[in-house]
Design a protein. Structure first.
Length: 123
């Protein structure tokens, strides 16, 4: 059964600005996310924007937003086929469990200035 659906859009210029401030992205992203994405060079801001949108979409799908969730406790990865997946730790995992969720599906898309993500939480 679906427990929640969330969607979010992030403007890439916001992430480009964050990248210009030392240490700021570390507040919002899991360390492995940052390391993997920065390897993409010019594509890094677009990729980080999509991942940030996924974090926001997860918060919306959980029904309470991101209040009480440490953003770096949400990690967006690509599996062996390139499909995006979400890994939850600490506060984010606790939120999922508190609503009876067991699985989170995400979809990401981006083009030039915008990145969009959808999250679906299942029991």
């Amino acid at each position: 059964m679906i427990l929640g659906v969330g969607i979010d859009v992030v403007h890439v210029r916001r992430i480009r600005h964050w990248l210009s401030i030392p240490g700021l992205v570390d507040r919002f992203f899991h360390p492995e996310e940052v390391a993997t994405v920065l390897e993409r060079g010019e594509g890094a801001p677009l990729s980080l924007a999509a991942r940030f949108a996924a974090k926001e979409a997860f918060g919306k799908a959980s029904g309470t937003g991101l209040t009480g969730i440490k953003l770096s406790d949400i990690q967006v990865i690509n599996n062996y086929n390139g499909r995006p997946e979400i890994r939850l730790y600490g506060s984010a995992l606790a939120r999922l469990e508190s609503i009876g969720g067991r699985k989170v599906h995400i979809s990401l898309t981006h083009e030039s200035d915008n990145a969009i993500a959808v999250a679906i939480i299942e029991d």
